[in-house]
Design a protein around this ligand. Sequence first.
Ligand SMILES: [Zn+2]
Length: 122
Amino acid sequence: MAEEIKALTASAGSSGGESRPERSERPERSGPRGPRPGGGPGGSREGGRKFFRRKKVCKFCVEKIEAVNYKDVRLLAQFVAENGKITPRRLTGVCTPHQRRLSRAIKQARNIALLPFAGRAQ
Ligand SMILES: [Zn+2]
């Protein structure tokens, strides 16, 4: 019993001579997480982003627009990219129910040529 262990340790120690670098384990963060520095929205941590982002809130919820009017081109155009595509919700911050109404409104507006299917308007 004891000899086996000896043999193992001896072989491991002498033969080969490879000394593997020990894997550095990640230092685990312990302790309670304190409040974030900066606290409020729009902290300084997002630097160098291409798009300036504020705290995302649904514009329609804020302005209490229940139904999105497909004739309101100025409003719809804010949610259409330059290539004519509807901007995804994750970029605009519009909530899901409003994004659905918005996309329908944009599609209706496209059909009556208020908005382009592709490319810039006007
Ligand atoms: Zn909303």
